[in-house]
Design a protein around this ligand. Structure first.
Ligand SMILES: NC(=O)c1ccc[n+]([C@@H]2O[C@H](COP(=O)([O-])OP(=O)(O)OC[C@H]3O[C@@H](n4cnc5c(N)ncnc54)[C@H](OP(=O)(O)O)[C@@H]3O)[C@@H](O)[C@H]2O)c1
Length: 262
């Protein structure tokens, strides 16, 4: 059985890869940082295929799928984990970063799922885990595009899960909250205090995904947050999120001596 994991070089994807490997699965790992992928491959005791790929480039999901086919690999489980965020005022944000984020978080995830799921349907067997976020449930001022991409991921995942179940293809969404990885730094904000470890998020994700849970929310704090998002009016939720994201972004800018305080 082979698992394809995107964004395996670090963070949640790295930990998920290690768990699948430990449980005897072969893995195809992909990200941009080939050095880190090779290092990970050396440390796991299973068949590993490393494919360097920048999934924020147009057509990259197609290229990845074709490279996997050229290697005669059949993907039994797909984990769409690679993702990026960006904090700050939307009207001042980098257009290049918006494009990257839409390509990576939405387009590549969708196209890869489309290509791999067709093969799974033919075999009448397969599993797909798409990494969304607690942000999928609420508007995210100061991180607007990222939260919106994750709302897409959750909606898309639940919809295709319904379509694919009659072909024995099981689809789940993972909705982590703040997790201690490189994500926050890369997105230009400080990490929220009390963030879960990538290891515990990955362990919960693996267990519940393999048990067929459709939407996986790791940790009590995140479960409560999502409950609130279902009870509170969305504009109130947006205010709360916006205040927190603004603070984390501004403190990051000050700490790193970056100008442009909003
Ligand atoms: N950390 C959190 O607080 C949090 C909360 C909710 C959801 N999530 C989601 O969890 C997933 C994993 O994030 P993480 O927290 O583990 O973040 P991370 O530590 O920044 O890891 C992100 C992974 O995605 C890969 N990636 C980024 N840009 C890429 C690109 N253009 N092409 C290919 N791969 C790319 C990175 O590898 P390279 O840099 O080597 O390409 C890395 O392996 C993401 O979808 C994220 O949105 C994270």
């Amino acid at each position: 059985m082979t698992v394809l994991i995107t964004g395996a070089s670090t963070g949640i994807g790295y930990e998920i890869t290690r768990i699948f490997a430990r449980n005897g699965y072969d893995v195809v790992i992909t990200a941009r940082d080939e050095k880190r992928l090779i290092e990970l491959a050396k440390n796991i005791n299973t068949k590993v295929t490393v494919i360097k790929k920048d999934l924020s480039r147009p057509d990259s999901a197609n290229e990845l799928f074709n490279e996997i086919k050229e290697n005669n690999i059949e993907v039994d489980i797909l984990v769409n984990n690679a993702g990026m965020g960006d904090t700050g005022l939307f009207h001042k944000s980098s257009v290049d970063k918006i494009n990257e984020m839409l390509e990576l978080n939405i387009k590549s995830l969708t196209i890869l799922t489309r290509l791999v799921s067709a093969e799974m349907v033919k075999k009448r067997s397969g599993m797909i885990l798409n990494v969304a976020s607690t942000g999928s449930y609420m508007p995210g001022p100061f991180i607007a595009v990222y939260y919106a991409t994750k709302a897409y991921v959750l909606s898309f995942t639940e919809a295709i899960g319904e379509e694919l179940k009659k072909f024995n293809v099981k689809v789940s969404a993972l909705c982590p909250g703040a997790t201690a990885t490189e994500f926050s730094k890369r997105a230009g904000k400080l990490e929220l205090k009390g963030a879960m470890s990538a290891k515990s998020v990955a362990e919960i994700a693996y267990k519940e995904f393999m048990n067929g849970k459709k939407v996986i929310i790791p940790g009590c704090f995140n479960k409560v947050g999502i409950l609130f998002s279902k009870i509170l009016p969305r504009n109130m939720m947006g205010k709360i999120i916006g205040k927190s994201q603004k603070k984390l972004h501004e403190e990051f800018m000050i700490k790193n001596n970056i100008s442009g305080k909003e």
